[in-house]
Design a protein around this ligand. Structure first.
Ligand SMILES: [Zn+2]
Length: 581
């Protein structure tokens, strides 16, 4: 009944590598409080002047913003803020256009740490199969003898017509160093002979339960499937220290900030090391403020806990209750995953995948998923439900339609995640049930052609990430990266929501689903802020938090086709520097 499949990572594998370092944080969840609160009648301690874009339709631009204790106490013309400053007020002249800090409503810190420093073999970095092999070879040439060459984000679905990345191909490129390449789905590793030897895996090694060592005529072909077998390949890797984990967390969040993000949601907190993950975030933030505010979604499956109810009890016992924490690290939601990844052909569909006779399956029984949802609802959590295929949306929707009416009308803002393929009926029912949606918009940009041509066919592919239909159904969608499934780049996601242009061939995937400029920008600001219970963020308005970025252009007036080229120079949280280039 319980699943180890997620949208993003192999939890067992990551736990093996990172568990001990995170466990060292213990289970004492101790918030640090960096934030102040503005007092009525206060004078500004900071005055930001320049071209300010507010994301407030009533007053879209301003030339000055007065800030006291991290809150906006005045915004408008210079004369509007005149009475709010005194000799103690610091003036900050904007380096570029001031935009509201962007909101990343679904990404992963912990499971992304496992291969943070591995070389990038994504289709974007390596446009052809041969480029990927050449990158592996070039990396090996710079790697000291005996050390591993490690690559990530390799995606065979982006190289149609090319052979599988086998041991023979890797041996030819790199005969001496051990080489391991992780598939973008994180469900496969590709190994050369040296890596198999280093792990002690031979032709005679039996497949572990739930994993496989690919073989041809009894000989290992270097293709290793699923966590139990992948873990055997990595069992002898050095484990990171808590200091290295802390540095990795900061590195990931700094990369978010470099795209203008000031608030994010960690979408599977506790999946590797339980409560210790949240304790670690507070400790790292306590030592030095994090560069991005973190909202956490507590994972409903916890190592060592038999059921979601037991996981919920563990969170509660540690004092992790809805909205506990502080304004930098706050626990907000309850995460339930109902199917796999569509590009990995493990999403759950009504119709089979192209070339197959099955369309995937749900990760739970109907009773099981209801129990998982109730475990969170009983403690008052916002639901965050991963659904990828259209049958998974149906499966999860039937469950929430069944259980939610028993839980009153608290403003919890339950969400479905990815909701990649939907019917009109499902969107209408989501709206009726009061469930908002968040789209992994980069699905269209990076995998749209693969869905259309090799995975699902054109009719189904056109129903991918229906932002315009979601708005028409009365929903207020957000856009997310699901990092490290794709890179954190909200303005690229928004660009794709407007253009629906495919990276592979530049064609447009179902123009009827193109969002307007305003819809796309709301999806990475105010809608996303609302979904992470951050109503005081997403726009620059009186009383809101002074979370903003200095950018090279105003997205609200520039061509959406150029949004991905907008550079961010610096970000600020509560008016104080959070990150700079
Ligand atoms: Zn995810």
């Amino acid at each position: 009944m319980l699943s180890t499949t997620s949208c993003c990572a192999d939890k067992g594998l990551a736990r093996q590598q990172l568990g001990a370092a995170i466990d060292a944080s213990g289970t004492a969840v101790t918030p640090a409080n960096h934030a102040g609160s503005a007092t009525p009648g206060a004078q500004a301690d900071l005055l930001v002047v320049g071209q300010i874009v507010t994301n407030d339709a009533g007053a879209p631009t301003a030339e000055a913003m007065a800030i006291s204790a991290g809150r906006i106490i005045g915004i408008g013309s210079m004369s509007d803020v005149e009475g709010l400053t005194n000799s103690a007020t610091t003036t900050l002249k904007a380096d570029g256009v001031v935009i509201p800090g962007l909101i990343e409503p679904h990404m992963h810190i912990w499971t992304s740490l496992i291969n943070l420093d591995w070389i990038d073999l994504s289709n974007e970095a390596c446009p052809t199969f041969d480029d990927a092999v050449a990158t592996i070879k070039a990396t090996a040439a710079k790697t000291p003898a005996g050390q591993y060459v490690l690559g990530k984000l390799f995606d065979p679905s982006r190289y149609p017509g090319e052979p599988p990345l086998t041991r023979a191909i890797l041996d030819q490129a790199v005969p001496d160093h051990p080489v391991l390449v992780m598939n973008a789905s994180q469900h496969y590793l590709y190994a050369n002979s040296a890596a198999l030897a280093a792990a002690g895996v031979t032709d005679a090694t039996p497949d572990p339960a739930g994993g496989s060592f690919g073989r041809v005529d009894g000989k290992l072909n270097g293709i290793i499937g699923e966590p139990p077998a992948m873990m055997m390949m990595m069992a002898r890797f050095p484990k990171p220290s808590p200091a290295q984990v802390a540095a990795g967390v900061r590195q990931i969040l700094a990369a978010c900030a470099s795209q203008g993000v000031t608030s994010m949601r960690e979408a599977a907190t506790g999946s590797l090391a339980g409560v210790a993950e949240l304790a670690a975030l507070h400790q790292i933030n306590g030592a030095q403020r994090l560069p991005v505010r973190v909202s956490t979604a507590q994972f409903s499956i916890m190592a060592g806990k038999a059921s979601p109810a037991d996981a919920a009890a563990a969170w509660k016992a540690a004092g992790v209750t809805p909205f506990s924490g502080d304004e930098m690290v706050r626990a907000d939601a309850w995460k339930v995953v109902t199917d796999g990844s569509n590009q990995g052909r493990s999403g759950y569909f009504f119709q089979p995948y192209l070339g197959e006779d099955n369309g995937g399956h749900a990760d739970w029984t109907p009773e099981g998923v209801r129990a998982a949802l109730k475990a969170g609802l009983d403690d008052g959590w916002q639901l965050m439900v991963h659904t990828n295929g259209d049958a998974a949306v149906e499966f999860a929707l039937e469950a929430v339609e069944d259980v939610l009416p028993g839980y009153g009308s608290a403003d919890l803002r339950h969400r479905f995640e990815h909701v990649s393929f939907t019917t009109d009926d499902q969107l209408a029912r989501l709206a009726k049930a009061g469930i908002s949606v968040s789209f992994l918009m980069n699905h269209v940009y990076y995998w749209g052609a693969a869905f259309r041509d090799t995975i699902l066919g054109p009719a189904r592919a056109g129903r991918l990430d229906r932002v315009a239909s979601a708005y028409r159904a009365g929903l207020l969608p957000s856009l997310h990266s699901d990092y490290n499934v794709t890179k954190v780049h909200p303005l690229l996601s928004a660009r794709t929501a407007v253009l629906r242009q495919l990276q592979a061939d530049g064609s447009v995937l179902n123009p009827a689903e193109c969002a307007t400029r305003e819809q796309a920008l709301a999806a990475i600001t105010t809608n996303a802020a609302w979904q992470i219970h951050a109503d005081d963020r997403g726009s620059l308005q009186l009383g809101k938090r002074a979370d903003f970025a200095f950018a090279s252009a105003n997205p609200w007036t520039s061509d959406p086709a150029d949004w991905d080229k907008i550079a961010v120079h610096a970000t600020f949280i509560d008016g104080t520097p959070a990150w700079q280039s």
